[in-house]
Design a protein around this ligand. Structure first.
Ligand code: ADP
Length: 330
């Protein structure tokens, strides 16, 4: 229940109080009507001389019938009031829950549009600038040419990775089929760690792979995406000097355990369950400085689930984050 205008809470409180008040009024009116009926009956019986003393009145059959009817009516009013209030509370709860979902979907969409626009525009702008430089200054020194084309290639890699992530995340929700083959997970970790060191200058990645890790049966493209996403996040969210520790161990006979620890920003407890959602990014898009789309952890979780594995997220000490992935061997 969040972010409703305060007036909504006032209206809801008013409705509940009004229901309570109507119920009390109805009970009172019913009681008054009962007293009037009892008085009328007492007069009728006295006139017809069916009772001689006042104490006899309460034992007459007519009086008992009246009292029975009155008590039944009181119970009915109370029962209906309780039912109405409960259904009102239930209805309000469902309304709030759906509204909350709508709000977070709209927020995610806004996040997505802002981040995707940025992520698409900046490599395109970079490539355009490089091409313009080539066009205007044909006589560039070979080393500058080399540097510019390396940068342009890096930008196209960034675009390709983004488009691949978008396609993969769309496929994961509908028709993604694992293309299983025997995988040396340690090799994937080592390759991704080398890539991170190249890409994030200043990042230290400590790789500790236990000998004789069994091959697992998995989807190479999917698992590569898992490893790259977690290691790149560790570097991205631990600036300016990422120190990353990653280890691969056996977890008994039937699984392998891969851990990534960083010394970065960490993820606050109340965000830990949300970060797996598609397009979810911690914080506010307008103030955030790190680049991203909020697709990485969504893809990671989906792929691990499809492999029958599990992923845990904890705080590192004294700061940073620990991701631990459990994958079955076969
Ligand atoms: P993004 O493209 O934003 O990196 P992800 O799905 O990979 O998307 O991550 C979702 C959010 O989780 C990120 O926006 C970031 O705030 C948080 N996050 C992910 N990994 C880490 C990490 N190692 N340290 C701190 N925060 C992280």
């Amino acid at each position: 229940m969040r972010r409703l205008p305060p007036i909504s809470y006032v209206i809801i409180a008013y409705m509940l109080l009004a229901f309570g008040w109507w119920c009390i009024l109805l009970l009172r009116k019913n009681e008054e009507a009962h007293i009037a009926r009892v008085d009328k009956l007492a007069i009728e019986l006295a006139v017809q001389k069916k009772i001689e003393r006042a104490s006899e009145f309460r034992e007459t059959e007519n009086y008992m019938l009246l009292t029975d009817r009155f008590e039944r009516q009181q119970r009915m009013i109370l029962g209906e009031a309780v039912f109405l209030v409960l259904s009102l509370i239930g209805g309000i709860y469902l309304l709030f829950r759906n509204l909350g979902k709508e709000i977070s979907a709209a927020e995610q969409q806004r996040n997505f549009l802002l981040s995707i626009t940025h992520e698409l525009k900046s490599p395109l702008a970079g490539i355009r600038l490089i091409l313009e430089t080539f066009q205007k200054r044909r006589e560039l020194k070979p080393e500058i040419q080399q540097k510019l084309s390396t940068n342009a290639l890096a930008e196209t890699d960034r675009l390709t990775a983004l488009v691949n992530d978008l396609l993969l995340s769309a496929k994961l929700e509908s028709m993604y089929q694992l293309n299983r083959e025997p995988i040396d997970f340690g090799e994937l970790v080592q390759d991704a760690a080398d890539r991170v060191v190249m890409k994030y200058r200043g990042a230290k990645v400590n790789v500790d792979i236990e000998p004789d890790i069994p091959l697992i049966s998995g989807d190479r493209q999917g698992l590569t995406s898992v490893v790259v996403n977690l290691l790149e996040n560790a570097a991205k969210y631990s600036q300016p000097e990422p120190i990353i520790y990653t280890s691969l161990q056996r977890g008994g006979e039937s699984e392998i355990v891969w851990t990534v620890k960083d010394n970065g920003l960490g993820i606050p407890d109340h965000e830990k369950r949300r970060v797996w959602a598609k397009f979810y990014r911690v914080g506010n898009e307008d103030t955030r400085s790190t680049k991203g789309t909020g697709l990485g952890l969504f893809i990671v979780k989906q792929i691990i689930d499809k492999h029958g594995g599990q992923i845990e997220l904890r705080d590192n000490q004294p700061r940073g984050t620990v991701f631990r992935v459990y994958l079955p061997v076969s």
